[in-house]
Ligand binder design. Structure first.
Ligand SMILES: [Zn+2]
Length: 435
């Protein structure tokens, strides 16, 4: 009877899990404004500009009609994922069982990550402290892991977060990998040792914990937070549209049901407010902000909320940030003094991408967000940058769309290994250019 009851319970639980049978991901390349209009009719809340690429998620019921429409309008497209449910099942392709130690080559549920945070801190007391920086909407503790050799004076720091978007599972896997590598190679790897001697790295392993949990229990493709508000039956906001940087002016939706909903106001999401408060409080020590997403293989830097290009704030406190025009970006060979720092950001991103590529040949594209992909306001990188964090970068990890958010576990190790090289490249530069 006990077994039967349990089975019955499981069946009910499974019935609530979203399935994606027959759903497709189609990549479209619009060539004209007409094409853009058609895409916007098919899929609301996607960012589309001429000559860009856009991946749309099509339900099984609409697959045929969308396909016909694309053919009739001569829109260049390809089916990236034939059956999303098959990809969901294929992602967990690491069958290795390692009951004794934590498995960094599998995707780990929040329960496991949470226990891992405590156990890592307990086993590395001289190199790690933890701090709860806030609670999620559903009441889970947001814990940062501060990694670095203990010092009596305050050290400069790099803030690294993963898992802003719930479904991008490779992102939290990277933060876990980073912490593991830091603990394992401190004392043997000269660069890691020097970095942790001189600086701290503050890691938030999962930013959007509620959303992450939801992708494990209910809907693998969930992106947003899980906040609820009166007057709307739709749940959550996009935390990477909720920061106070050109908030909701472009590339974000004010429709609470949209996947890119910017929220009721900037920092309406408690998770965003917790991170923003923490960074504001430690602004004098935080010298770099790194945030990890997937997918697309990009290394982006400000701005995303405007096509204007970022020039770092004058070193004079209170002076407004100078801006370079987009034309400066395309004529780097004729760099002018006001845009020197923009050039530095590009050079650093390209150096990091080259380091990443050196391991497995993975190609990354780098550049300012709006120019490189599409304008999107309210992102954490732009916000940190405008606050005064000079080195602010967004990683979009593997792949370029074959698996998309459902990157198989067999790619966790190579993805994390190559990404480590890029992160260490940036960290070394920041360490040498403290301000
Ligand atoms: Zn993302």
């Amino acid at each position: 009877m006990k077994v039967l009851l349990l089975l019955g319970f499981v069946a009910v639980a499974l019935a609530e899990v979203a399935r994606f049978d027959g759903e497709k991901v189609i990549r479209i390349r619009p060539k004209t404004e007409e094409h853009v209009t058609i895409i916007k009719e098919i899929a609301d809340s996607v960012e589309v500009v001429v000559s860009s690429e856009v991946d749309i998620h099509v339900s099984a019921a609409h697959a045929d009609i969308v396909s016909t429409l694309l053919l009739q309008s001569e829109l260049e497209h390809e089916v990236l994922v034939e059956d999303l449910q098959a990809s969901v099942e294929d992602q967990l392709d690491n069958q290795e069982i390692s009951p004794r130690s934590y498995n960094y080559m599998k995707y780990n549920s929040w329960d496991k990550v949470e226990a891992w945070i405590s156990s890592m801190a307990a086993s590395n007391p001289s190199l790690m402290t933890t701090e709860v920086i806030g609670q999620t909407f559903e009441g889970r503790s947001m814990t940062v892991m501060k990694i670095g050799k203990q010092s009596s004076s305050t050290k400069p720091a790099i803030f690294l977060d993963c898992g802003i978007h719930a479904r991008e599972w490779i992102s939290p896997a990277f933060c876990q990998w980073f912490v593991k590598e830091a603990m394992e190679t401190y004392g043997s790897d000269a660069q890691m040792t020097s970095l942790l001697d001189q600086m701290d790295v503050i890691v938030l392993p999962v930013f959007n914990i509620d959303g992450y949990v939801y992708t494990w229990t209910n809907n693998r493709m969930w992106r947003k937070t899980r906040s609820r508000r009166s007057g709307s039956s739709c749940i959550g906001a996009d935390p990477n549209r909720n920061f106070d940087a050109g908030w909701c002016t472009t590339g974000a939706s004010s429709n609470p049901c949209s996947d890119t909903y910017c929220g009721a106001k900037a920092e309406s999401e408690v998770e965003v407010k917790a991170v923003a408060d923490y960074i504001r409080k430690h602004l004098s020590t935080i010298k770099a902000y790194l945030t990890v997403h997937s997918y697309s293989q990009l290394l982006l830097f400000p701005y995303s909320y405007t096509y204007q290009l970022a020039e770092h704030h004058s070193e004079l406190v209170g002076a407004p940030a100078a801006r370079c025009s987009p034309s400066h970006f395309h004529t780097f060979t004729h760099i002018t003094p006001p845009c020197y720092l923009l050039w530095q950001h590009q050079a650093l991103a390209e150096g990091a991408s080259k380091a990443l590529r050196s391991l497995y040949g993975t190609q990354y594209t780098s550049g300012p967000g709006a120019v490189t992909i599409y304008p999107a306001a309210g992102g954490s990188d732009d916000w940190a940058y405008d606050l005064g964090v000079k080195y602010s970068y967004t990683f979009e990890l593997r792949d370029t769309g074959r698996y998309g958010f459902l990157l198989p576990e067999s790619q966790i190790k190579p993805t994390c290994e190559e990404t480590m090289l890029a992160v260490k490249y940036i960290a070394a530069h920041v360490q040498k250019n403290l301000y």
